[in-house]
Design a protein around this ligand. Structure first.
Ligand code: GN1
Ligand code: MG
Length: 353
């Protein structure tokens, strides 16, 4: 555990008892559950190797939350505790720290338990896009440039392969070949060049959506990647995690394709987003899942080849396991392609005039 310095306890007036405990399964930041005068909060050390411009990131968070508070005042949304000096974050021990307010009576999950959760996730993500559709893109900085740029992900992979820093390439030739082929497949597929740029979440893995005790969707969390992008990044990442019951590391069971989750997510998403999406955005929703699955896969494989430098590894070999899970899922998506297009057409026909 990273040392939480006394100055952090003092700046935020954190309770000493109970001690902060690690919270959640994020792969980037470190999160601890804390108390401030008996109220719950989440203390986070922001990973500044990944988010190189933390002040810009915090400014984005402020802009986004102010926009929502102004236009949707009753919306439950991420917000921050301030330090004694009234700041939104602080530097301590060479790291940036902040404390988020804990949203009471909510939880997240790593893999779908019932199909209704997929509808709710779709509704929450659609509403998120809707709320931010009136925020000017130029106000929001790119917290990670080229985050979902598949060409640059592919070239990072190629360099990692050539350098083979960790000497692992020989042990994963099968995964490497599969990856090269899958990248070629998604990069030559549907034309996405002229898609509108919007403010999107960019990390809609299902554990970044909060649910209440009745499994109704409450809000999105983990807003550090909120920046310009296309809605397909969000539909794709949500679908890839909702439709595969195995979880990112395969630990929740075998890789599969949950048909009802697919239908429910699209229904929930369109219930909020159908009025402002273009025809082109709509038509690419089924493809977005394959696109994001391939992108996540190449990121995990690149990190594996580089010796696990980027993602926290919950266990040894996590990256390779996550690659194998995504590749199995991509095989499944290929088999399901016609079914997905057909179901999608039926859903859209019923909802969009
Ligand atoms: C990371 O931090 P977390 O676990 O919510 C990553 C996402 C990946 C995800 C894969 C900033 O998200 O892009 O999709 O892991 N976040 C960043 O599970 O790289
Ligand atoms: Mg997260």
């Amino acid at each position: 555990m990273v040392l939480i310095e006394d100055e952090i306890f003092e700046a935020y007036k954190l309770d000493r008892d109970p001690q902060p405990v690690r919270f959640g399964n994020g792969l980037i930041n470190d999160t601890y559950r804390v108390r401030i005068n008996g109220r719950e909060g989440l203390l986070q050390r922001i990973n500044h190797q990944v988010f190189k411009d933390v002040p810009a990131l915090m400014n984005n968070l402020k802009k986004v939350s102010q926009h929502v508070a102004q236009h949707f005042p009753s919306e439950i949304f991420v917000s921050l505790y301030k330090t004694r000096e009234g700041a939104d974050y602080m530097l301590s021990g060479g790291n940036y720290w902040r404390v988020l307010k804990f949203i009471p009576d909510t939880h997240s999950f790593e893999a779908l338990r019932e199909a209704g959760q997929a509808f709710e996730a779709g509704r929450v993500i659609g509403r998120f896009h809707f709320m931010l559709s009136t925020l000017d893109c130029s106000e929001i900085a790119d917290t990670i440039p080229d985050f979902h740029n598949l060409d640059s992900r592919a070239s990072q992979f190629q360099s990692a392969l050539e350098e083979d820093l960790a000497g692992r390439a020989d042990q994963c030739r099968r995964e490497i070949e599969f990856m090269q082929e899958a990248l070629w497949e998604v990069r030559t597929a549907a034309g996405t060049a002229s898609l509108p740029q919007r403010i999107v979440h960019n990390d809609t893995k299902i554990n970044n959506v909060l649910f209440d005790k009745d499994e109704k969707g409450v809000c999105m969390v983990d807003l550090d990647t909120v920046m310009r992008g296309t809605v397909l990044f969000d539909t794709g990442d949500a679908l890839r995690t909702l439709c595969n019951p195995s979880g990112e590391d395969g630990g929740r069971g075998p890789v599969g394709f949950h048909e009802e989750a697919y239908v429910q997510f699209i229904t929930g998403y369109l219930s909020r987003a159908k009025d402002f999406l273009t025809r082109q955005e709509l038509s690419l929703i089924p493809y977005s899942m394959l696109r994001m699955s391939a992108e996540q896969c190449v990121r995990f494989l690149t990190d594996h080849l580089q010796g696990d430098l980027y993602y926290h590894q919950p266990f040894t070999g996590f990256n390779l396991k996550a690659v194998q899970v995504q590749q199995e899922f991509i095989r499944m998506l290929r088999r399901k392609r016609a079914w997905m297009e057909e179901r999608w057409a039926g859903l859209v026909a019923g909802l969009v005039p």
